[in-house]
Design a protein around this ligand. Structure first.
Ligand SMILES: Nc1ncnc2c1ncn2[C@@H]1O[C@H](COP(=O)(O)OP(=O)(O)OP(=O)(O)O)[C@@H](O)[C@H]1O
Ligand code: SF4
Ligand SMILES: [Mg+2]
Length: 321
């Protein structure tokens, strides 16, 4: 059985001017110990999908479908059970989370908090565990006494990872864990995440707009466009031989991990992502697609098989299969 299974998950935000379909019909499977990368431009629905996994979305978001964590549906869980699942079974490192640390509390107290709240340790045990966790993320134990402003951005991000690891979850969801960091520090934090996941048999969902980063860390890649998954498969195949024109453009935009030149001059992606309230009909990518054909604006798109363990939502894949 998969550790995590998403079946036809959709998320719609209700706002004053109407409904925003941020995630549309996402189905995915993640095996225990596996790492899945989710890529896509700004606004494609990555964070919305991540937050839905632990029901962390605001009240104006309506979620449908099934989110099975070890066979149990997160969407219908009672609150008490959900609280136990958060941190202890699955934890999230939020986008820009390093700025979310409490500025007036010492690092050690913040890392210890989930352990104490979940009754997994008494204060003395929690102190020892904090030292162990700091060591795991490459920080000296005396850092437990520091305040967030005394740490660099990379060190704060390491603290966030230590917090996510504290209760030994089986799944970590990392939403753009390195985006705010400079290239050298980004590489260090990515290496850390890779090593921790491999050595502790933790499953990982990592989110980024940068396909090269995800291909480096994750075995499987899902590419999102306008709330949908448009391609899914083994990461090296998706990165080096994408079947969907959008994934191809993303791969071309970020050819090398952490390459500052490719960041400043991304090539291959013309136009803007669509407004989710005014999505183009058929394949939503058609106004930007360099290989669109007459059928695309009215196409009933689905994820067609694109080889062993691969799917892609493009008419050209459908025709080739
Ligand atoms: N609370 C909200 N209310 C209404 N719309 C929202 C809300 N949060 C996100 N959205 C919309 O949902 C869509 C998906 O947003 P989301 O934050 O999931 O994208 P993302 O892929 O994580 O983008 P980024 O790469 O910029 O973080 C966007 O169109 C966004 O404007
Ligand atoms: S279905 Fe058409 S518009 Fe969509 S990606 Fe394929 S060729 Fe482009
Ligand atoms: Mg986001």
């Amino acid at each position: 059985m998969s550790l995590l299974e998403l079946d036809d998950v959709s998320v719609t935000y209700r706002i004053a001017s109407g409904e925003v379909p941020a995630v549309r019909g996402v189905s995915l499977k993640l095996a225990a110990g596996a790492a899945l990368g989710v890529a896509g431009e700004s606004g494609s629905g990555k964070s919305t999908l991540a937050m839905s996994l632990l029901r962390l979305l605001p009240a104006d978001a309506r979620v449908t479908g099934k989110i099975l964590l070890d066979g149990e549906d997160v969407l219908t869980m009672k609150w008490g059970r959900l609280r136990a699942v958060r941190w202890a079974e699955a934890s999230i490192v939020f986008q820009g989370a390093q700025h979310g640390l409490n500025p007036v509390r010492r690092i050690g107290d913040q890392i210890a908090e989930p352990l104490l709240v979940h009754g997994l340790a008494k204060p003395e045990g929690a102190r020892k565990r904090v030292a162990e966790l700091l060591d795991q993320v490459g920080l000296p134990s005396w850092r437990a006494r520091s305040y967030p402003h005394e740490l660099s951005g990379g060190q704060r991000q390491r603290v966030m990872i230590a917090m996510a690891l504290a209760c030994e979850p089986r799944l970590i969801i990392a939403d753009e864990p390195t985006t705010a960091l400079d290239v050298m520090v980004q590489a260090q934090v990515l290496t850390l995440i890779k090593e921790l996941v491999a050595s502790q048999d933790i499953s990982l969902i990592m989110i980024s707009h940068d396909l090269s980063v995800l291909a480096d860390v994750c075995g499987q890649l899902a590419v999102m466009y306008a709330g949908r998954i448009v391609e899914n498969g083994p990461s090296h195949e998706v990165f080096h031989d994408a079947r969907h024109p959008y994934s191809k453009a993303l791969a071309a935009a970020f050819p090398t991990v952490g390459d500052p030149v490719s960041r400043m001059a991304p090539k291959g992606l013309g136009g803007d992502p669509p407004d989710p309230m005014r999505l183009p009909g058929g394949c939503s990518f058609h106004p930007r697609c360099p290989v669109a054909v007459e059928a695309c604006p009215t196409l009933d798109v689905e994820l067609w098989s694109a080889g062993a363990g691969r799917t892609a939502a493009c008419v050209h894949v459908k025709e080739a299969s």
